[in-house]
Design a protein around this ligand. Structure first.
Ligand code: ATP
Length: 143
């Protein structure tokens, strides 16, 4: 069985290091699914959800805010600005942070960096989306 040595790291820590069967990632060129023996590539990441099928056929859902993915024949490395496993995300914190950013955006102050606030909103949306997807999958599984 072909596998991918996968690693996702942030400036703070290694968030996940595991052997996986495939992963789906939001890149600036669109969502890509990487299988073993994928052609080598480097791409920038968008804020969004990463889905990983682990070698025991489980799906691991993660949120990512941006960064880079490097695909090598048997290895994939993601260098992320921030990344969290869905199970570790504090949903209330993400919602609060999004609300704060949206309020700031609505104020239209000249001293506020519009694109930074927009990026913050996208990052928090990705966290909420990852939590929801993770939760829905688990509900379906136990039905
Ligand atoms: P907040 O606006 O909620 O205070 P922040 O701006 O400090 O968040 P980031 O800079 O995005 O957050 O991330 C800082 C660290 O906190 C990172 O390690 C990130 O993974 C973690 N983190 C941020 N938000 C959450 C969350 N909702 N759940 C779990 N971890 C989080």
């Amino acid at each position: 069985m072909s596998i991918i040595h996968f690693e996702i790291v942030t400036p703070e820590k290694t968030v996940l290091k595991e052997e996986v069967l495939q992963l789906t990632v939001p890149t600036k060129m669109g969502e890509i699914t990487v299988l073993p023996n994928h052609i080598p590539l480097v791409a920038g990441l968008m804020p969004g959800v990463i889905e990983i099928k682990t070698s025991d056929n489980k799906i691991e859902t993660m949120a990512v805010s941006g960064g880079f993915i490097e695909v090598l024949p048997d290895k994939v490395v993601i260098l992320a600005d921030t990344a969290e496993r869905a199970a570790d995300i504090d949903e209330a914190r993400a919602k609060e942070a999004r609300k704060r950013a949206e309020t700031l955006m609505a104020e239209k102050r000249e001293d506020v960096d519009f694109s930074a606030v927009q990026a913050k909103i996208a990052k928090e949306l990705a966290r909420v989306k990852a939590v929801r997807r993770h939760r829905n999958r688990n509900i379906i599984k136990t039905d």
